[in-house]
Design a protein around this ligand. Structure first.
Ligand code: AMP
Length: 441
């Protein structure tokens, strides 16, 4: 299958070639013809599958066609995304694909002043990519009108519902014309998404990208058993290896992220950090310089693990073990995107073996253990330590667990995790299929 066979026009084909895409990914091959025909779509696909181009390319082509025959100054496509980072990323993709075409895209998201966004809207935007809160805000101010929207896209809809945006989504959907094309993409299709789809879509085509393309098959996963106190020295060892050209390192707390970044920079590894205490502007600048390869290591809390697309990320390192299997899958899914291979390394201290156990149970596989490092310990050390302590105390009872709230606050998304863990578990059975690449499908 080639892009030309998908009936995309020459200007878009040129942009695709410039972008280095050779063949359509499975979701692009399946979705683009239907979207060009104006069908509604319920697509189940994760980020990393080429889903953005699957909807962006046909939308751009349709807008270009429409603009040849009519007035030009109104929003024709609205894309809703759950996070600011994802909204910006989608906008960037639209801009790249429509570089030589007169289709203008702007992003609307919170956390930054509204002025520039309002100015961009006044200059005229054909495509608006928005997070729900800021969009509603600007709608209420009368700055944006959606009454001429032909195509309405909900991206990462499951995440949008998990984040509590359902009422916002419904309000926005009620403001776009009834006669429109609606495309809904979601990593999983739980009942809540089915219900939303029934309310918003009309006779949708269902496109499913089967889990054999999910990151687990193209990621070399490994576990390093290491004492907590040795983790910083171990990461320095690993980062000095030549094979690590770009690494996203996950830590549990914002303080931990700051401390590790300082330490890495002091040891000569160019690093930066991204977490919830950084302003939106800082986060964007950091991501940009990481994507451009100006820093080798980005230290992040889980806030950075959602939907972020970093080309050519060779390694994800779980400096602290994630607190749920879903978070683990999201973290490691930042590497090995669009058919590339990637590596995930997880540091597991004796205090974290229960987390590893539950991750392995959910993904139904044993992650290979890397024993070739100078801080190697046996995972059974924790038990030994506990019983030794008890003997030393003269106690036969297990020690008290620390009360909640005594440790530093984890900056995780665990409140979002519960709903889709089961679907991941269901999918995990299918993950065991043979690895395949996008080429030639
Ligand atoms: P997405 O799932 O939209 O976040 O895309 C993930 C990554 O795949 C992005 O870096 C895209 O630029 C890239 N990509 C999208 N389509 C293709 C393709 N046909 N061939 C190669 N890479 C692609």
């Amino acid at each position: 299958m080639t892009f030309a066979e998908l009936t995309l026009n020459q200007t878009l084909l040129d942009a695709i070639t410039k972008g280095g895409y050779e063949v359509p990914t499975p979701i692009q091959a399946k979705a683009i013809p239907h979207i060009l025909k104006g069908k509604d779509m319920l697509g189940s696909a994760q980020t990393g599958t080429g889903k953005t181009a699957a909807f962006a390319l046909p939308i751009i082509q349709k807008i270009e066609e429409a603009k040849k025959h009519g007035d030009t100054k109104h929003v024709r496509a609205l894309v809703l995304a759950p996070t600011r980072e994802l909204a910006l990323q989608i906008k960037d993709n639209f801009v790249i694909y429509s570089n030589d075409i007169k289709v203008r895209t702007t992003a609307i998201y919170g956390g930054v002043p509204k002025r520039k966004q309002i100015q961009a809207l006044r200059r005229g935007a054909d495509v608006v990519v928005a997070t729900p809160g800021r969009l509603l805000d600007l709608m209420n101010q009368g700055v944006i009108r959606l009454n001429k929207v032909d195509t309405f896209v909900l991206d990462e809809a499951d995440r949008m519902l998990d984040m509590g945006f359902i009422h916002d989504v419904k309000k926005i959907a009620a403001s776009v014309p009834k006669h429109r094309q609606t495309l809904l993409f979601s990593a999983t299709i739980p009942k809540s998404i089915e219900t939303l789809s029934n309310a918003l879509l009309s006779e949708p085509i269902r496109v499913e990208i089967t889990p054999e393309n999910t990151p687990l098959n193209t990621i070399n996963q490994s576990i390093y058993f290491v004492k907590k106190s040795d983790k910083s020295a171990l990461i320095s060892d690993i980062l000095y290896k030549e094979a690590v050209t770009s690494a996203l390192v996950f830590v549990r707390t914002k303080h931990g992220a700051n401390d590790l970044t300082k330490l890495l920079n002091a040891s000569g590894v160019l690093s930066d950090t991204i977490h919830g205490n950084k302003t939106q502007g800082q986060r964007q600048r950091t991501l940009k310089s990481f994507k451009q390869g100006k820093v080798k290591v980005l230290v992040a809390t889980d806030i950075a693990s959602r939907g972020i697309d970093i080309d050519d990320l060779t390694h994800v390192i779980n400096y602290d073990m994630p607190e749920s299997a879903e978070t683990y899958l999201h973290r490691i899914g930042r590497t090995a995107r669009a058919g590339k291979e990637g590596n995930s390394i997880s540091f597991c201290s004796p205090q974290e073996t229960h987390l590893l156990k539950s991750i392995q149970k959910h993904i139904e596989m044993k992650i290979p253990v890397e024993g070739d490092h100078r801080f190697k310990i046996e995972k059974a050390d924790k038990k030994k330590n506990k019983s030794n302590k008890r003997v030393a105390n003269g106690s036969t009872k297990p020690p008290h667990k620390k009360g909640k709230g005594k440790g530093k606050k984890s900056e995780s998304f665990d409140k979002f995790s519960k709903s889709s863990t089961k679907s991941y578990k269901d999918n995990a059975k299918k993950y065991k299929v043979k690895r395949r690449s996008y080429q030639g499908k």
